[in-house]
Ligand binder design. Structure first.
Ligand code: CDP
Length: 213
């Protein structure tokens, strides 16, 4: 069984994807980390994330980089949203994600284009969203806990800029797949959002089984 979880920054998609993976006993891939790894490689080699050739030259990073705590930082996230707009970067990371999705037994993947590009054949697709203000509040709390002194207004401006970049790019923009189930987490606790996600996936799997019968 393949489960695709897509959505914007701080929508809760990562937490939901991890919980679904645990619930159904499936491996999980946070595909944002791949773009963050490319971004971090660009930054460490003092290359320019806006330049497609510089970003492509950074796609061949070692697996060990995926455990680097610097990937989680805000700088890497911002640069990730720049490198991820280059079609050749997306192409370079495609097979790796497809292989993960198609492993025997299935998998849960979260990102921006899982249901539309990486695994259009997924058995269940969720599109997770929340208002920009609520997402900014969550991200601000998270950054403060990590010791950052960034202001809420700055975080909100970054979220809006990231949304605009992710949604308007021509290569695999952030859009809800026509067959994805919408989950708005704006007014849900983490537990409630996870329960809702499991109920949606269970319902979709049951209806897929009905169609096959
Ligand atoms: O949750 P947040 O947006 O902070 O981070 P992320 O999911 O790690 O993604 C970082 C950036 O990578 C996003 O802004 C997207 O531009 C890009 N990304 C993408 O284009 N496609 C994916 N499947 C995953 C991430």
């Amino acid at each position: 069984m393949i489960i695709a979880v897509d959505g914007p920054a701080a929508s809760g998609k990562g937490t939901i994807a991890r919980a679904l993976a645990r619930h159904y006993g499936l491996p999980h891939l946070d595909t944002g980390l791949l773009y963050r790894a490319v971004a971090l490689t660009v930054m460490r080699n003092e290359l320019d994330p806006e330049k497609e050739a510089d970003a492509v030259a950074s796609c061949d990073f070692p697996d060990s980089l995926l455990d680097d705590p610097a990937l989680r930082g805000d700088e890497a996230g911002k640069a990730a949203s720049i490198v991820s707009a280059h079609p050749l970067v997306r192409a370079a990371l495609l097979q790796r994600q497809r292989r993960f999705a198609q492993q025997p037994g299935g998998a849960v993947l979260d990102g921006r284009d899982i249901g539309t590009v990486i695994a259009p054949e997924a058995d269940a697709k969720l599109f997770v969203k929340a208002t920009p203000m609520i997402r900014a509040r969550r991200r601000h709390e998270e950054l403060k806990r990590g010791g950052s002194t960034v202001t809420y207004d700055r975080v909100l401006a970054d979220i809006r800029a990231r949304d605009a970049r992710d949604s308007s790019r021509s290569a695999a923009p952030l859009v809800q797949a026509p067959d994805a189930m919408l989950l708005d987490t704006s007014f849900l606790s983490i537990e409630a959002a996870v329960q809702k996600a499991i109920a949606l996936v269970d319902a979709r799997i049951a209806s897929n089984a009905d169609v096959e019968r």
